[in-house]
Design a protein around this ligand. Sequence first.
Ligand code: KG4
Ligand code: ZN
Length: 352
Amino acid sequence: MLILGIETSCDDTAAAVIRNGRETLSSVVSAQDELHAPYGGIVPEMASRMHLEKIDTVVNKALSEAAVSIREIDLIAVTTGPGLVGSLLVGLSYAKGVSFAKDIPLVGVDHIKGHLFSLELADGTPIPSIALVASGGHTALFHLRSRDDIQLVGTTLDDAAGEAMDKAAKLLNLGYPGGPVIQSEARYGDPGALPLPRPLTGTDNLDFSFSGLKTALFTWLKRHGYLDRTSEGRDDLPLSIPDIAASFQEAVVDVLVIKCRQAVEAFEVGHLFIAGGVARNEPLRKRVVQAAKEDGFRVHLPPPELCTDNAAMIAACGFHSKNEASTDILDLNAYSTKALGIKGPLKRGRSA
Ligand code: KG4
Ligand code: ZN
């Protein structure tokens, strides 16, 4: 079975062709980082306009790299949410158009569930397991009892981990997206230089909170006059930018690792996997491997290109939901809701 995946939930225009839910034939991602960099975050209206410009080229590139024609595609899987509705509608309308014109069944895919299926295209999804999805829009922990029984067991009460990195990078004038630049600055810094909180740790609670961390950084920078200075006057901080970046990264990674360990223990599973853009973070990857050794569970890390947004994971998830596919597609709509409002089989709660 050949599946065409289409993903436009945020600022990446992505299309992929996969075979039988496991084999990637092509995966094309057109990122918009440069477009949004001057603003230190995504400008939704610009993102959807850029999707509109790119979508046809990206889909055709995915088909040609896979050496298949659209007539050979058996199923189209498209992200319907959560995300920026203007962005989602570009991919969804395009997918509907192709589905209607070529009479190909279409299935809508939840973006976060897509991240949970990223390992299908690598070593396979470990079941039962705990999965952390940490990205720019979401930070949540899931208990996977089967591919059809996925429980949301913890989520962020405010900012996502990636969003916190992006906001910290913006405060430090490091550019966008923040995660990679914070990681690269942090290489030369001391992670213990700036004491920052580890919010919501030290309890049984599996929820996250990252907005206080950002506020702590903001307050410290303000106290030292950094935010009021022009670029020339920013050199006399008591700590270097690498020290601050390393300290911030360490705080985010600490919280993520603590909660992952807690969830693995609470649900008595032998496997943990991490997904989403923040799962590309090298210190996080090292720390979960270390934690797995200490606590005696197995850890599974998707290759970096499967962590950040891509359409191959959407196609893999669509393959799994192929029974819900239809050519009667007019009712399929986009939704913006975050992790707590996840639709379909993702439900919050602790199962026995
Ligand atoms: O999964 P993703 O591509 O998009 C969303 O679904 O949000 O994740 C993007 C997020 C951004 O916040 C970005 O700063 C973060 O992932 N990110 C990283 C790294 N690479 C990307 N965060 C930490 N370390 C990285 N190396
Ligand atoms: Zn994502």
